[in-house]
Design a protein around this ligand. Structure first.
Ligand code: AHR
Length: 645
């Protein structure tokens, strides 16, 4: 954060009211001069599997590495359990698994065990498993045994006390792979995060396991992306964590850009987000290595993304793999690219097709007969990094194929192309606070004759693991520019959205929302977005800011139907800003307004998992003396004045 200008510092030091020694800072709002229509889809979300965004984050699965698939490494999260004198060995068996997609398994060979001293295997969850009182947990696993009839006892146990929070026993195992469902119910107990899941047997036998799953209650209790027996297994739950979905719902996002980001591209073509391997029963999802250094369970597959959109009333912005991966592997345009184009067309059909279509029918089989709305398809991600120059041709091939099958779809390019004009360009900005302040006017004079702009990734990068107030000030300054220019900027989404805050869980900082196994919180940047998207009119009106000095940013929108003005003022300076506001052209103004402010004594102030609400918006009523009035905005503050006129 730079120091305020000498002028303001002097005024503050002398405790002179600024308006006695200079022209007072003023904002003249030309209430009836509309400069742009606000894009109804301006604020949305961008997401991918990074920082344990889904596995260990939004996707509520409690068991880490639930599936042992091809390419699965060591058993990092599965450990042998041998109580008392029991003897057991836990290993990966390469020779047997429940499906072609999951051809391996966890082999639990118990040489000695009794009901009082059972043996088996345990999972430590995602940096713990949260347990709450009076809660029903829904689980399932695949298993076979060399001792038909062997019972498997499943418990949730506290890491430090060993206290059993819930327990049940599953019977009927045979020599064939089969799925078993179970339920764990907790009673009256304290909320704890440090628990693990244990599966034991009471006598010598060998049991092979795979896809051991456990879900808490989930958002809206929807059933996500599962069919057949899997649907049964999770019948009382969906897949999204309630607390994180509540945070997202408060942002009122209008769209979701998915599945990446780098996660779409993969480190190699083989590791791309191959949507066909993310649909259907979990047992048919092989899992895959993500570019962010850990394996994705693919529990959050294509249908789960779409149902996430449905749950929050967001429209999907579907990014399709476009023949380029991060290791600079690419597919040349032409016949070699055709299978990828075909796959994208099939993916669009899976999203939008009726049940009479091949992939619409597949979606219905997966549990969702109704098609999803789709207006935007993005071709690749950050293809400016493809130095081979193939993007122009790759984009054109996708563009023509998609437009000819779906003429109404808007096609988004991720890098400049010449041979065809995209409908929209996706631009990304990762900035320091100073850069965000400097970029707040980036789009003011931007050409309006080209494609529309989607700011598909942006962030002010100050703070770790989540952004601090300084970052939020930069974000808010930047967002005033997005709003003022929202005739051009049709969509904008911060990135990355999520981080699990446990050591080793994250690959990128800062991230908008942080969480551990138990709780979650919004950063100051999160709250800035909540404020901006919850106070957005339908039209931008002209506003002249004068004598305010540096690091003051504004945008004004109106909702003429409801006679409302939303005046946003960012004061990124260390001194108060007494701003004289003139509602030019307003017939009348209310006598009071609601002022919502996000601020703190220092720009380093932040929220954290232990202090989740240190910096949150506060709303108060301020008196408004007619069409001309003065409001003093506190140092380091982001403000929205909500006013009837
Ligand atoms: O947001 C993190 C990464 O930044 C995204 O995966 C990528 O698109 C960008 O480079």
């Amino acid at each position: 954060m730079n120091k305020p200008s000498l002028f303001f510092a002097l005024a503050a030091a002398l405790t002179l009211p600024i308006d006695l020694i200079a022209q007072p800072p003023s904002l003249i709002i030309h209430v009836n001069h509309v400069t742009a229509r606000v894009s109804p889809t301006l604020y949305g979300l961008m997401t991918e599997e990074i920082n344990h965004s889904y596995d260990g984050g939004l996707y509520a699965e409690l068991v880490q590495d639930r599936a042992v698939g091809t390419g699965f490494g060591a058993l990092l999260h599965w450990a042998m359990v041998a109580r008392g004198q029991s003897v057991a060995n836990v290993s990966v068996d390469e020779t047997t698994g429940p499906s072609a997609a999951l051809p391996r398994s966890i082999k639990v060979a118990v040489a000695a065990a009794t009901p009082a001293a059972p043996a088996g295997v345990e999972n430590d969850g995602y940096w713990g498993i949260a347990v709450r009182p009076h809660t029903v947990y829904s689980g399932s696993f695949y298993a076979k045994t060399d001792s038909p009839g062997i019972p498997v006892t499943i418990s949730l146990e506290n890491d430090s006390t060993g206290a059993v929070a819930a327990q049940t026993t599953v019977t009927g195992l045979t020599g064939e792979w089969k799925q078993y469902a179970y339920t764990l119910r907790t009673g009256d107990l304290p909320v704890t995060a440090g628990n693990h899941l244990i599966l034991t047997i009471p006598r010598p036998a060998t049991v092979w396991f795979n896809l051991i799953s456990l879900f808490p209650p989930t958002y809206h209790g929807r059933v996500h992306g599962s069919r057949g027996s899997q649907r049964q297994a999770v019948a009382d739950g969906g897949s999204d964590r309630i607390d994180i979905m509540d945070l997202l719902a408060a942002m009122r996002p209008k769209f979701l850009r998915f599945p990446g980001g780098n996660y779409l591209e993969g480190n190699s073509i083989a590791q791309r987000f191959n949507w066909k391997k993310t649909i259907g029963p979990w047992v048919d999802r092989p899992t895959h290595m993500s570019p962010w250094g850990y394996r994705s369970s693919d529990g959050m597959g294509l249908l789960e993304f779409l149902e996430w959109c449905q749950n929050l009333d967001m429209q999907p912005v579907l990014a399709v793999y476009a023949g380029y991966s991060l290791d600079r592997e690419h597919i040349d345009p032409g016949p070699a690219l055709e299978p990828y184009v075909e796959s994208a067309l099939e993916e669009i059909q899976y999203v939008t097709g009726s049940t009479a279509t091949r992939w619409g029918a597949e979606r219905a089989k997966d549990g969702h007969p109704a098609p999803f709305p789709l207006h935007y398809v993005e071709i690749g991600n950050e293809d400016q990094f493809d130095r081979s120059g193939s993007y122009d041709g790759r984009f054109a091939q996708f563009y023509h194929a998609i437009k000819s099958a779906y003429p109404d779809l808007q096609i988004i390019a991720t890098a400049p192309v010449k041979s065809v004009t995209p409908d929209v360009y996706d631009q990304h900005f990762y900035m320091s606070a100073e850069e965000s302040f400097a970029m707040a006017h980036h789009y003011d004079d931007y050409s309006r004759s080209g494609p529309k702009i989607f700011v598909g990734e942006w962030a002010t990068r100050e703070g770790d693991p989540t952004p601090n107030l300084e970052a939020a000030l930069g974000d808010a300054a930047w967002m005033t520019g997005l709003e003022r220019n929202s005739d051009l900027i049709i969509m904008a989404s911060y990135a990355p959205l999520f981080t699990n805050v446990n050591p080793g869980a994250s690959q990128w900082a800062p991230d908008l929302i942080g969480y551990n196994a138990l709780t979650s919180y919004g950063s100051p940047s999160y709250w800035a977005q909540v404020m901006f998207s919850n106070h957005l009119g339908r039209e931008v009106v002209a506003a002249d800011l004068a004598h305010a000095g540096p690091r003051v940013f504004t945008s004004v929108t109106r909702d003429a139907v409801h006679h409302k003005l939303f005046i946003k003022v960012v004061n990124a300076n260390s001194i108060p800003l007494p701003l004289s506001i003139d509602l030019d052209g307003a017939a009348a103004a209310a006598r009071s307004a609601a002022l919502t402010t996000l601020s703190a004594k220092t720009p380093n102030a932040t929220n954290s998992i232990t202090h989740p609400r240190a910096v949150v918006p506060v709303t108060r009523t301020v008196a408004v003396a007619g069409r001309r009035f003065t409001v003093t905005f506190t140092p380091y503050s982001i403000n929205v004045l909500d006013l009837n006129y």
